[in-house]
Design a protein around this ligand. Structure first.
Ligand code: THU
Length: 149
C-alpha cells in the first residue's frame, strides 16, 4: 500500500543529497548482516553523529522473540558505547516494498540521543526514499526533563 504524504513525499533516489549517498550504501551493506531467522525481515541502519562519525546496525533476533533488537537500537548502542553523543542523521533500509520508519520503542530511544535529527528511509531496491524529521514522526515523546517537573 502506497502511503501518500504531501509534506514528506516518496522521492526518486536520484534526488537524494550527495552527503547521504555513502551512508545509504553502508545501510544496504549492513542490512545483509541482519540476523532475522524468525521474521526473515532484514533491516540495516546507519547513524551519522554530530561529529560526522558513522555507526552501523542491523536487527538481531532471538529464539526468545522479545529479546530481539531492531537495527536502529543496535546502531544507537554502538554509537553511545563508542563515545558518540548526538545523532544527526539516521538512514534506514528495511524489507518492505516502500521505505519504512522506526517502531515506537526505537523512536523513544532515538529521541533520547537525537532531538532534531532526520530519518531517511530507502526501499530495499534502492529506487525511492522518504525523509522525515523525528519531530514529525514522534511529536510528543517522553523526554528526560519531564521526570523532574
Ligand atoms: N525491525 C527493525 O530492525 N527496524 C524497524 O524499523 C522495523 C522492524 C526488525 C525487528 C524484527 O527483527 C524484524 O524487523 C521484524 O519486525
Amino acid at each position: 500500500m502506497s502511503y501518500q504524504n504531501k509534506d514528506y513525499p516518496l522521492r526518486p533516489i536520484k534526488e537524494l543529497e550527495k552527503s547521504l549517498k555513502k551512508p545509504v550504501e553502508l545501510a544496504h551493506q549492513v542490512r545483509k548482516n541482519a540476523y532475522a531467522p524468525y521474521s526473515q525481515y532484514l533491516v540495516g541502519c546507519v547513524i551519522v553523529d554530530s561529529k560526522g562519525k558513522v555507526f552501523t546496525g542491523c536487527n538481531v533476533e532471538n529464539a526468545s522473540y522479545p529479546a530481539g533488537l531492531c537495527a536502529e537500537r543496535t546502531a544507537i548502542v554502538k554509537m553511545v558505547s563508542e563515545g558518540g553523543k548526538k545523532i544527526k542523521e539516521i538512514v534506514l533500509v528495511g524489507s518492505s516494498l516502500e521505505p519504512v520508519f522506526p517502531c515506537g520503542m526505537c523512536l523513544q530511544v532515538i529521541q533520547e540521543f537525537g532531538e532534531g535529527c532526520r530519518v531517511t528511509s530507502i526501499d530495499p531496491k534502492g529506487k525511492v526514499f522518504r525523509q522525515v524529521p523525528l519531530s514529525a514522526l514522534f511529536p510528543f515523546g517522553f523526554t528526560p526533563d519531564k521526570l523532574h517537573q
